[in-house]
Design a protein around this ligand. Sequence first.
Ligand code: PGA
Length: 258
Amino acid sequence: MKPRGVLLAGNWKMNHLQKETIAFLDAISPILKNSAKPDSQMRIYVPALSLEVASKKVKAESIPLQIGCQNAHFQKSGAFTGEVSIPMIQEVGIDQVLVGHSERRQLFGETNETVLKRTVSALEQGIEVLVCVGETLQERNDGKMQSVLESQLSMLVENDISKNAFGKKLHIAYEPVWAIGTGVTATLDQAAEAHAFIRGFLSKKISADSANATRILYGGSVTPANFKELLSCPDIDGGLVGGASLKTESWTQLWALI
Ligand code: PGA
């Protein structure tokens, strides 16, 4: 039994149309309903245009699945072409958001500052946040893994709102950038070291209680072949899964391993 339960979170990125989303939920619903796991949750971060259809279906059919948004802006409204606001996602029944995924950081200019702003704004509006952190291969090879994680986390532990939310409405996903979508998973030792570092950092900067209550998910080429081993690490509280969350077979296999 894991002390914080297990969170299996899927990140669909820019995949699946609404009709595919409905078919996916239809396929997994009976499996989920027949395999309730006390203390553990399943969540999927779906594309913004599928939030409404997914959240309505989950509620109407009592499917034990949380639906989350992959990103949301820190302003409630305004001249931010192409962005989605927290009130907009709340209007369609969403109370979960992913912030600072490495694709947002690398492809869309997200910085530690904007990650903090998005996180604090979401928390102030009552939304639960999963913040992604992780080093690139170059940074790892240069021996900078810990300093990168520290810089990605430091603003979050200095701001009163995010600091006080750790372990409650704020959790972390450690995703080494070199492991995302590459088929290369961190070894158990590499993942264990990073997760222990993150928990130790939170303990030092906030409190042991907050650190112990914070879920730290591992992400980066998680599959049914490696998930069980990853979960054997005491500091790994679940997975943030891209590729293997897209097909019902691999996704339900991951759930069965919890
Ligand atoms: P992956 O993606 O499982 O396909 O490596 C993980 C992620 O980007 O969250």
